[in-house]
Design a protein. Structure first.
Length: 256
């Protein structure tokens, strides 16, 4: 008899979502209205992103490689280089900052994860970046071992998604690294942050200008950035691997 014929298998074929936002979206589908949706929030290997666990020699070498040893503010964006992720809007916002503002942007990611092929959109970004080209570095795809180095070379993380993110894991990574965040009001992001660690920017016609204002605010309030980073680490601690595993195992045992 096939496994699929066992009644318990069908009972387990419920929907697992990584945010309440996605759970509610699932229930808008006509044949899913009465299905149970189990919310199992994302997890992150937080210890890998803590500065205490970073090899100082590797970190120094990484910063030197990308000219990040400076007295200014290093801003980081991590994600696929697509229109939905809002990197164009972020670059436009940064280019509106006063010329006297000392900042650099690290763009970590490629069109499709480890792919090294470029797209028309990426070429458009390079053109837009010309105005601030000495301040913007496209690092491309980084392996998992280098991502913590990038976060720990930054002072501010920005997640400017245009589309409704199910639950951007980059938010947890930035929080675990102790970075203050600027995020858009997209999808499930709000379920992984709060006002104490992140500034939320509403999408719309003023999005770029509001991004610029939020970035400038954090640049000018360094002590607040430190406090926001501490609050973020506290939030990230709740989304650990053990919690993720325990919740899903408990759900399976109770529904078997």
């Amino acid at each position: 008899m096939s496994l699929f014929n066992f009644p318990f298998f069908f009972k387990l074929l419920e929907i697992i979502a990584n945010s309440l936002y996605i759970g509610n979206r699932v229930k808008t589908i006509s044949n899913m209205k009465n299905r149970e949706v189990f919310i199992n929030y994302n997890c992150n290997e937080n210890e890998k992103f803590c500065i205490e666990n970073i090899d100082n020699k590797r970190l120094k070498k990484f910063r030197e490689k990308y000219s990040l040893e400076n007295n200014g503010v290093n801003i980081i964006f991590v994600g696929r280089i697509t229109q939905q992720k809002g990197i164009k809007e972020l670059i436009e916002a940064l280019c509106l900052l006063p010329e006297t503002t000392n900042w650099k942007l690290m763009v970590v990611g490629s069109k499709w994860f480890s792919s090294d092929s470029s797209s028309a959109y990426e070429r458009e970004l390079l053109k837009i970046s010309e105005k601030c080209k000495d301040r913007i570095t496209f690092l491309g795809y980084l392996g998992h071992e280098d991502i913590p180095l990038a976060y720990n070379s930054a002072n501010i993380a920005v997640v400017p998604s245009i589309w409704d993110e199910p639950a951007g894991r980059v938010v947890l990574e930035a929080e675990a690294a102790g970075l203050p965040l600027i995020v858009s009001d997209a999808g499930g992001i709000a379920e992984y942050t709060n006002d104490e660690c992140a500034i939320t920017v509403k999408r719309g016609e003023n999005f770029v200008q509001d991004l610029k204002n939020s970035i400038l605010y954090l640049i000018n309030h360094k002590e607040e950035c430190v406090e926001r980073g501490k609050r973020g680490k506290e939030i990230a601690a709740k989304f650990n691997v053990d919690r993720y595993y325990d919740e899903i195992i408990t759900y399976i045992e109770e529904n078997l």
